[in-house]
Ligand binder design. Structure first.
Ligand code: IVH
Length: 673
């Protein structure tokens, strides 16, 4: 062992590598005890000494550095992109259910195939799933789920996660699946740090974990204190395992962090519900966020009998806790004006924590919505995050309403420019095209994630810059660097945030055309249309010169879009702005991937129906188009292939009637491969 942190070595190389092995053993054991068992047996000083010794030996004798060395946990060289990894077995997820009736139905469904089933009830970790591949017990690859078939290689980043064993207790070849997550403590610490550095805070631990694991520089990931909870072995039979319970025990034995204290067994729906209620009651005290419970049939023979649908396993299901609701007081109903002039009433309330983030406003959509909910200033309202993302007002607590409250009335003039509002369908609009609010929203949209994706520019900053006269039109983003000294005077702007902002703005000059097209804010041209136009026209000038007749002839472009595009480019002011963007060096060409022709897709017309599990619709469309296929929305004689997900609609019947080739999602993913 170590003596005062000093090792005396001769020149014998065998001794060197033996010593390194010993140090690795000590460090790995210490990590396991600290991060997995939460029960350290050596002091921090002893750990640091061993670590420093290993580091200096590795520097001196790099030829002996092992790939599973714990010194890799600090991260390595930054990479320029993540490599793609094809999963050996597809990385599926379960269907979601939300209430007790659905638990009962799940149990009934299982009982049709299996006698006296037993289930594991496990906490549903709220992070992102990760696959870890070990060869001879050494971690060789880590990957994200991606579309279930292909994920991204995040090995360098995952190696920095202290609860991930770099070497297992057995020299076996195994793939392990589990959740990469950030504990509540690490999340709070990361956010405190971000506030100190003037950076945007993470909305919740899941976003924080996802953002941290997708860093190209693993040194950044190393600082984020992620964890890994193991819960699944795709090939348990290779290890003589017969139940999910045994899989979990085996994972623990291999050195993984598992939820062994919280994972339970249940024999029927009543017991499952009791386990879930118990999980719900300890949820707030757990060191990590969970968003439900995962139910799995325990016996692997039963699992096999139950099998899979075209998308998901039938032997398990994910129960999601109801969205958390909290009470607060409505302080104000504030009207905002969108880019198109649309007026939206917003509930402004005392800030409250909901599902991991502090929120103080929620949309009230339109007049009808406010009247139907009967929201009034001063009301106590319950708030939740719909789909755990967008805050919404659930209901007004009428029994707590104070006397004299005033019913909601819609405004009839624009809150900003005071022009008369016009009502179209359920929405009110300010039709003054020079309304400053519309300009501000247009600027915000330009910088937004789907458009030019400029980091470091929040909505309020853009509004301030507009009000200070720095941003008159979208081209002025590229003049902001001239105001360096003025920006420094502003609250919250340090040298670092200004330089990040300017870097972000400069970086956006290199965006491919589809982002710019979307960012221009042409009416009716959203992300998808912009992409399609960019791919087709290749340069902004080509599109500017496209006639109405030519545009309207394109599949997916109706008269409305064609008119909007022409109107936009016929307006001299818009062309002036575009010329200024060009002068600033903003790219106006399509830089996207060239079409890789694939005979399964080339020149064929595809329609998608039903919900897809392993890939989003947008991703599916992108893939088809990138391989030379065409996607449309409705089935006709011209359709070559219909791709069906779950619960397909009438398109499926029509395709069958017309004798059109039908692919399941799996067949589609197979063809992509
Ligand atoms: S098992 C075939 N177990 O929730 C599915 N998943 O649909 C194998 N998750 O995307 C996954 N905790 O990322 C499993 N104890 C747990 C889990 C868990 C969280 C995630 C997982 C998956 C989704 C379940």
């Amino acid at each position: 062992m170590l003596k005062n942190g000093i090792i005396l070595l001769g020149d014998n190389m065998q001794d060197v590598s033996k010593k390194m092995d010993e140090l690795i053993e000590i460090i790995n054991k210490a990590c396991y005890e600290y991060y997995v068992l939460d029960n350290p047996t050596i002091t921090d000083q002893e750990y640091d000494d061993a670590y420093k010794q290993l580091l200096s030996l590795e520097e001196k004798y790099p030829q002996y550095k092992r790939i599973d060395s714990p010194t890799n946990r600090v991260g390595g060289e930054a990479i320029s992109k993540f490599d793609k990894v094809t999963h050996k077995t597809p990385m599926l997820s379960f269907d979601d259910i939300f209430n007790e009736d659905e638990i009962v139905s799940f149990d009934e469904r299982v009982r049709k195939t299996v006698n006296n089933p037993i289930y594991t009830v496990e906490p549903k970790m709220d992070g992102l799933s990760g696959s870890l591949v070990y060869e001879n017990g050494v971690l060789v690859r880590a990957a994200t789920r991606g579309d279930g078939v292909t994920g991204e290689d995040i090995t360098l980043n995952v190696k920095t996660i202290k609860s991930v064993p770099l070497k297992l207790t057995k020299p076996i070849n195994i793939e392990v699946r589990g959740e990469i997550y950030m504990s509540k403590r690490a999340f709070n610490k990361a956010n405190e740090e971000r506030i100190k550095n003037g950076e945007n805070t993470f909305a919740n631990p899941r976003n924080a974990a996802a953002g941290s694991v997708r860093q190209l520089d693993s040194k950044i990931t190393a600082k984020r204190e992620l964890d890994y909870m193991a819960y699944f072995i795709p090939n348990p039979e290779d290890f003589g395992i017969k139940t999910q319970e045994e899989s979990l025990a085996f994972l623990k034995e291999l050195g993984f962090l598992t939820n062994y204290k919280l994972n339970k067994l249940a024999h029927n729906a009543t017991e499952i519900i009791a386990c879930i209620n118990e999980l719900g009651s300890v949820r707030d005290e757990l060191p990590f966020e969970i968003d439900g419970a995962v139910l799995k049939v325990n016996n692997l023979k039963d699992e096999e009998k139950l099998g899979y649908t075209s998308r998901v396993p039938k032997w398990g299901i994910a129960y999601k806790f109801p969205a958390k609701e909290v009470l607060t007081t409505l302080k104000e109903i504030k009207f905002t004006v969108g880019r198109t002039g649309k007026i939206t009433p917003n509930a402004i309330f005392d800030p409250v924590h909901v599902a991991g983030s502090l929120i103080s406003k929620a949309t009230l959509h339109n007049e009808d919505y406010c009247i139907q909910k009967d929201v009034r200033v001063g009301d106590v309202v319950s708030i939740r995050k719909a789909g755990d993302v967008i805050p919404e007002v659930v209901e007004v607590k009428l029994d707590r309403r104070k006397e004299g409250s005033i019913p909601f009335t819609m405004i009839d003039t624009c809150p900003i420019c005071k022009s008369k509002l016009v009502k179209k369908d359920s929405h009110h609009f300010c039709t003054n095209i020079h309304c400053p609010a519309r300009h501000i929203e247009g600027l915000i949209y330009f910088a937004s994630r789907d458009a030019m994706n400029i980091d470091g520019l929040g909505d309020e900053i853009i509004e301030d810059f507009y009000n200070m006269g720095y941003l008159k039109d979208i081209s002025n983003f590229y003049d902001l660097y001239k105001y360096h000294d003025e920006l420094k005077e502003l609250e919250g702007f340090g040298e670092k945030s200004i330089s990040n902002l300017i870097d972000g703005i400069n970086k956006s000059k290199e965006n491919s055309l589809e982002r710019l097209l979307c960012a221009l804010g042409i009416k009716n041209v959203g992300k998808r249309t912009a992409k399609m136009l960019a791919k087709r026209y290749k340069s902004l000038d080509n599109l500017i010169n496209a006639s109405y007749e030519e545009l309207v002839d394109i599949k997916d472009i109706g008269e409305t879009i064609a008119v909007s595009i022409r109107n936009y480019f016929e307006d001299e002011k818009n062309i002036e702005v575009i010329n200024k963007l060009k002068e600033h060096g903003v790219n106006t060409n399509y830089l996207g991937e060239e079409i890789k022709e694939n005979e399964n897709f080339l020149s064929k017309t595809f329609v998608l129906t039903g919900s897809l599990t392993n890939i989003t619709r947008d991703e599916a469309r992108d893939k088809i188009e990138s391989l030379g296929g065409i996607t449309t929305n409705s089935v006709s004689k011209k359709t070559d292939v219909l791709i069906v997900g779950d619960s397909p609609g009438s398109k499926y019947d029509k395709a069958k009637e017309l004798g059109i080739t039908i692919w399941t999602e799996e067949e589609f993913l197979d063809k992509l491969r």
